[in-house]
Design a binder for this molecule. Structure first.
Ligand SMILES: C[S@@+](CC[C@H](N)C(=O)[O-])C[C@H]1O[C@@H](n2cnc3c(N)ncnc32)[C@H](O)[C@@H]1O
Length: 258
């Protein structure tokens, strides 16, 4: 489990929160009474839920004490609590279980998704957003750099870290358990200041397990320099000096029968 840093994560708050806005907008529930934001992080996705469903009783669950501290300061009305989604057992079920940019960090989706569906009230929904960018230079360059001889062994676990399935996998998993499923993908094209900014973005999330696996700051700095050289090639500079950074995401909303 990487160590989470709320400040680092929130450096790109607008870009990271837009998928939560888009996911929340597509949820076809009239007035869900009880909502939980699974992997609420610093509270940015929970704030989206509070504005989309102002009447709901909101809870925010996260395994990171650091993230929860920032979340707590953002809204005193929400029931924030620390738990691991793989072992969490709610006392009462929910009308909406929402999880934006979290479950890729959690292994064994074959078990985790059906478990979450079990915690839904009749007529409720499970809404999930996962990155679907594993073919992109962002991800592939990290894998390639980590496979260089000097880092290959140390980063072996980091390469296995992210859990990801195909859209067909999630459909087959959820279709027998729910009555209606909406599935879609969006490729966001973030406008970044530079290739360095893309590296900075990734320091807040997917790069963390790799950097944490390396022996010291020297190694981490060399690893980042290798990566940056590849990002400069993969993400060319526009006429005005900016860099286009495409990022694909998969969205799932699965509804429970009434
Ligand atoms: C990328 S952040 C997402 C934050 C927020 N939901 C958003 O939309 O930006 C991922 C969060 O998932 C949490 N997380 C990762 N694994 C978890 C687990 N097994 N149980 C609960 N939370 C987990 C991390 O602590 C982190 O705060």
């Amino acid at each position: 489990m990487p160590v989470w840093d709320a400040d680092q994560y929130l450096k790109f708050q607008r870009e990271r929160t837009q998928p939560a806005v888009d996911l929340a907008a597509r949820i076809q529930l009239e007035s869900p009474g009880r909502i939980v934001d699974v992997g609420c992080g610093p509270g940015n996705s929970t704030a989206v839920l509070a504005s989309r469903f102002p009447e709901a009783r909101l809870s925010g669950l996260d395994s990171s004490a650091e993230m929860l501290e920032t979340a707590q300061a953002s809204n005193a009305e929400v029931n924030w609590f620390q738990a691991d989604v793989t072992t969490w057992e709610p006392e009462e079920n929910f009308d909406l279980i929402f999880s934006n940019a979290v479950l890729q960090w959690v292994p064994d989706h074959q078990t985790v998704f059906p478990r979450l569906v079990r915690f839904l009230n009749p007529g409720g929904a499970l809404a999930v957003q996962l990155p679907a960018h594993y073919g992109s230079p962002l991800h592939q360059c990290v894998v390639n750099v980590s496979e260089l001889l000097q880092w290959k062994d140390a980063t072996a676990n980091a390469r296995q870290r992210l859990a990801t399935g195909s859209r067909s996998f999630y459909y087959d998993l959820l279709a027998p358990l729910t009555t209606k499923i909406d599935l879609w993908e969006t490729e966001y094209i973030h406008i970044m200041e530079s290739a360095e900014a893309i590296l900075e973005w990734f320091r807040g999330t997917g790069l963390r397990p790799y950097l944490e696996a390396l022996a010291d700051d020297d190694q981490r700095s060399q690893f980042e320099q290798e990566l940056l050289a590849r990002y400069r090639d993969a993400y060319p500079i526009q006429q005005n000096g900016k860099v286009l950074f495409p990022f694909r995401r998969l969205f799932i909303v699965a509804y429970q029968s009434n």
